[in-house]
Design a protein around this ligand. Sequence first.
Ligand code: ZN
Length: 274
Amino acid sequence: MTNEGLSINLATVRQQWNLGEAVEACARHGIKAIDPWRDQVAAFGLAESAKVIKDNGMRVTGYCRGGMFPAADKAGRQAAIDDNRRALDEAAAIGAECIVLVVGGLPDGFRDIVAAREMVAEGLADILPHARAVKVPLAIEPLHPMYAGDRACVNTLGQALDLCDALGPDVGVAIDVYHVWWDPDVARQVARAGRARRIFAYHICDWLVPTRDMLLDRGMMGDGVIDLKAWARMIDDAGYHGFHEVEIFSGENWWKKPGDEVLETCLERFRATL
Ligand code: ZN
């Protein structure tokens, strides 16, 4: 069986390894793609990160993450734009194929989610010219509505695709099954994303029942209630034949296991989803 087609979002092994160790471990397991987080790159060094990624022949299926556009005042929104430009430069330096955007929720003290969503649309439009200049496309990741208050007020694939339609080329979506599996409209929207060639990334893990922590209790594929085989078919039928990226934040379980065991399990369970 093959390891082709699997990418590891390095948050999955963030407690076990630094970026360099994680890249080398992935290479050892025959994994050919990764998606690092900004803090991991910062801790290891941007030039050093670019070098270890290149030396190991890794594809970079995304860079996590930009976004967080809404802020209480103009200065705050400008600071977010500037930070996103820096993130895009870093993404370009490590050869990332897109930047993953978690768009942000409500600024402190705000109750106007409509205004927050407008700030997101404006922020995206503001950073798009820089994204085009450095050739790093924007991948909007809709997040589960439980995060609408603090992390992302873009919560469905349809909503993300409406933003893409308004913005034009070089903007697409990162489809993370964890965030959108529950949506009754999702099949139609995956097909729509495929037709528009806007699927820039595909993230997998599983939804545990019960989920014990809103952020840090994602499941390994096969341990929860998401029909990942049906998802693999759906995404393939939509014309997406890129990497399946495993992204698991698991404070009490997978982050406490040896990294090699985590990667072996990711590989096994990834194959079982195909
Ligand atoms: Zn994701």
